[in-house]
Design a protein around this ligand. Structure first.
Ligand code: BJW
Length: 304
């Protein structure tokens, strides 16, 4: 377990204690220790598909059955996973600090389950547990935690506890790869996937004809308007003292761009990541921090 240099810990704590307005930008690395794979790197492959290539409107149009199988699997895994100590530490900071806001790129619902105050949690990329109608003339959108969401998506999954001792100790990015293959699991490409008919996929209960889709933000789609305006208002609201960039490769915009916007408002940057290479695009400056390690361990430590 890497230890945090004492001087960094002290300077960070001192700065946090005197901070009035703070942002936290979250990415998939935050939930890695809860057993959920990241997008890029070793964990980012689902069967033979690059997870990123399935997260597009084009993939859904081409093969809604395959994309629903991918999201149904992820809904199941996210429901089975537990928030880790970092989710709880951030939720506690959000409760304690008035001028605090979390910008989460994660869709797994773990921050919500760690009781993060909802008004201080902006879900930039939506949620696995939202569904919306694809019929242009229908505005149906709802929360739905049913697992599986329709009988045809009741697929074999590895029921090994993702927070088992082995999983907890695995290096997060390889964690998914290590677990698969232990049991029948649809994330394993050697397990046959049934080809689904469109009629078997989730349909809209309101208009009765539109196909439902996951309420997440795919490439080329706009982020939710209310989320964008809340974040813009926060950023415009005065000096920002600190932005914590936790478990994200900071490659996807506009999320990654919030780091530069916070810097323009005076923020010092603290990056928490397993990989030293994954700092924000414009790099770290003197007075910023890089805390290397598993977010689930580092975040509670620096927020203690
Ligand atoms: C650990 C760890 C441990 C591991 N502890 N750390 C400006 C310039 C260029 C392009 C654009 C631009 N503005 C917009 C675009 C286009 C596009 C974009 O950004 N492209 C880039 C790739 C260049 N953006 C969009 O399309 C966005 N829409 C938009 O801007 O609309 C207007 C517009 C459209 C088109 C053109 C211009 C404007 C929408 C982006 C939606 C992203 N959606 C996804 C899928 C969500 C649904 C789902 O979950 O399936 O969001 S993609 C995927 O990436 C997901 C994630 O939230 C997001 C970020 O990934 P994240 O979380 O950073 O994960 P990883 O895997 O990349 O990184 C994990 C990190 O954790 C690594 O660093 C590890 O080291 C680390 N780690 N274990 C600590 N234990």
């Amino acid at each position: 377990q890497p230890t945090i240099p004492q001087a960094d810990l002290e300077s960070f704590t001192k700065h946090l204690q005197s901070s009035k307005r703070v942002l936290a930008l979250l990415g998939a690395g935050l939930s890695a220790s809860s057993g959920l794979p990241t997008f890029r790197g070793a964990g980012g492959l689902w069967r033979t598909h690059d997870a990123i290539s399935l997260a597009t409107p084009e993939a859904f149009n081409d093969n809604p059955g395959l994309v629903w199988q991918f999201y149904s699997y992820r809904r199941h895994m996210a429901l089975k996973a537990q928030p880790n100590r970092a989710h709880y530490a951030l939720a506690e900071l959000a409760r304690k600090m008035r001028g605090f806001m979390t910008l989460s790129q994660n869709v797994d619902g773990l921050s919500q389950r760690a009781k993060h105050p909802r008004d201080k949690l902006q879900l930039l990329h939506g949620s696995l547990f939202d569904v919306k109608c694809t019929n242009f003339y229908c505005n149906y959108q709802a929360e739905d935690f049913t697992d599986p969401i329709v009988p045809a998506l009741d697929l074999p999954v590895d029921e090994t506890d993702p927070t088992s001792k082995e999983a907890r100790h695995a290096v997060s990015n390889s964690l998914h790869a290590k677990r698969t293959g232990q049991e029948l699991d649809i994330s394993d490409a050697s397990v046959d996937l049934p080809e689904l008919m469109e009629k078997d996929l989730p349909h809209c209960p309101k208009c009765k004809k539109g196909l439902l889709r996951p309420g997440v933000v795919w490439f080329g789609e706009s982020l939710p308007r209310s989320v964008l305006s809340t974040v813009d208002e926060f950023i415009a609201g005065g000096k920002i003292d600190l932005i914590m960039v936790i478990g994200t490769s900071a490659k996807v915009y506009p999320a990654a761009g919030y780091v530069d916007e916070a810097k323009k408002k005076g923020a010092r940057v603290a990056v928490i990541n397993m990989e030293e290479g994954d700092a924000p695009a414009s790099g770290l400056r003197k007075g910023d921090w890089f805390f290397k390690g598993d977010a689930a361990q580092v975040v509670p430590e620096i927020l203690k």
